[in-house]
Each structure stands twice: as C-alpha cells, then as structure tokens.
Design a protein around this ligand. Structure first.
Ligand SMILES: [Zn+2]
Length: 122
C-alpha cells in the first residue's frame, strides 16, 4: 500500500512514512492516524514528517495554553512543563524559520504569536 506522494508537499518518488500511534508533547497517548481533525491516514516524506511532529507539538502546546489562559486545568499549570513548552516553541520557530519557502504544515507567524502570548502571560 502506497499513497504515492507526500500528503503535505506532494513530493513523489521518495520514501514516505505513515503516521502511527505515538505520544504527544505532554506524554499522553496520541493516535496520529485518527485525531478528530484527521480522519484518514496520511503519508509524509521525511522533511514533512519532521514538520508534522513540530506541528503536532505546536497544536498540543497551543491547546494547553488556551486552557491555561482561560483558567482551566492545563498541562502547562506545572512551571516545569510551561518552561519546557516555551523552549520547544522557540525550537519550532527556529526550525520553521529555516524553511526557505515555508512549510505547508507550520505557520511561523502563529508560532511567534504564541511565544509572545506566553511572555505576556508570565
Ligand atoms: Zn513532503
């Protein structure tokens, strides 16, 4: 079974990786094949597979930050987790910034905005 081309950048003729069960940024079990917003299995080439990991971490962190800023229970309530998330965001911003044409998976403006929100919240 082969999807033929990368689901993110449409590159063909390169080894593709299928997403499978893993852990999210906060160590929770995460089924990458069937998150609510992602009903069908996806295939990614190596660079996009890396960006997909960044995108997943970014989404997790943003979701938890939203809860935190609304005063709800959040994985970021732990100062250690919050610090780790901020470091990861900077890493994501740095890697996303090296993509010459920008990745279809990560919007570096969104990442920068979240970093600023973290600072504002501190
Ligand atoms: Zn790709």
């Amino acid at each position: 079974m082969d999807a033929g081309s990368c689901n993110a950048c449409s590159t063909a003729g390169t080894p593709l990786m299928k997403y499978s069960l893993g852990k999210d940024f906060f160590g929770r079990a995460y089924d990458r094949l069937s998150p609510a917003s992602d009903q069908s299995p996806k295939w990614y080439c190596e660079p996009c597979s890396m960006m997909k990991n960044l995108q997943r971490d970014f989404r997790d962190i943003r979701t938890e930050f939203d809860k935190l800023s609304k005063g709800q229970a959040s994985a970021l309530s732990e100062p250690e987790a919050k610090q780790r998330a901020q470091l990861r965001l900077r890493e994501i911003a740095a890697i996303a910034g090296t993509q010459a044409t920008g990745s279809p998976l990560i919007n570096s403006t969104d990442v920068t905005q979240l970093i600023e929100q973290f600072h504002a919240h501190a």
